[in-house]
Design a protein around this ligand. Structure first.
Ligand SMILES: *Cc1c(COP(=O)(O)O)cnc(C)c1O
Length: 238
């Protein structure tokens, strides 16, 4: 079971999305202050997967412009129209990317957080060249070395980043992780921070609804928050 941090969540069913967004904002500010960091070092990525454009619009209207989606196909159906209405939207891909969707992903996303294998790097480089634009890139790390999970294995991270830099001249912004569901996330956040630091990268995408405050304490610059803003996702148990 996924535990949602009650402090960070205005969990009453009656709370509106904009009230929940405000609660999350408040929790971010508090966590930043406790960590001795500036609020504006941290970007909130509102994870809108499985929610329709109608649900997303009020969040945009409230001034939130950074969003995360985990499926290219779903994002392609929702976002082009929303981007016409709100041109400053910054869209992040936070789910696995298949090589046959790289072209579409490069056109649609301002940031791809799930670069995790050489073949994908090669396809991304080709797509970026064709499109004349390259999204901001994060390498996803499988910090828990879970067989079913995407991401580069921890012991291969340094080599993979080298390959991305040398062979494709990518400027990798940082690292992203999704800690194992049943482990203390702090260990994984600390590990990710160490790996980013030794590779000279400024950004860390870590922390979700249940643990974004901890992630901020460990240096997160992007937190990915879904349920604490939008409520439980339709048709999904966790
Ligand atoms: C769904 C998802 C999130 C958001 O999770 P919540 O628990 O809803 O905050 C964050 N990161 C990734 C990669 C996701 O797939």
């Amino acid at each position: 079971m996924i535990w949602v941090n009650p402090k960070a969540m205005n969990n009453s069913p009656k709370a509106s999305i904009s009230e929940r967004l405000q609660s999350v904002e408040l929790a971010i500010s508090k966590a930043a202050q406790e960590a001795g960091r500036k609020r504006d070092e941290i970007s909130l990525v509102a994870v809108s997967k499985m929610f329709t454009a109608d649900v997303i619009k009020p969040v945009l209207a409230a001034g939130q412009l950074v969003f995360g989606e985990n499926r290219v196909q779903e994002a392609a159906q929702k976002w082009p129209e929303l981007k016409q209405e709100f041109p400053d939207i910054e869209l992040h891909l936070i789910g696995p990317l298949q090589t046959n969707k790289t072209k579409q992903a490069v056109e649609l996303f301002e940031c791809i957080q799930t670069l995790d294998r050489p073949k994908l790097a090669r396809h991304l480089a080709d797509a970026a060249q064709a499109a004349g634009r390259i999204p901001k890139l994060f390498v996803q790390v499988n910090t828990g070395a879970e067989p079913q999970k995407a991401g580069v294995m921890p012991e291969q991270v340094d080599d993979f980043i080298q390959t991305c830099r040398k062979d494709y001249e990518f400027n990798i912004a940082g690292l992203m992780c999704i800690p194992p569901i049943d482990e203390e996330p702090s260990l994984h956040f600390a590990l990710l921070e160490k790996m980013a630091k030794r590779n000279g990268m400024p950004d860390l995408s870590m922390g979700m609804s249940a643990d974004f405050e901890k992630a901020i304490l460990f240096g997160a610059t992007y937190i990915r928050v879904g349920r604490a803003i939008f409520g439980e996702r339709p048709g999904q148990i966790n």
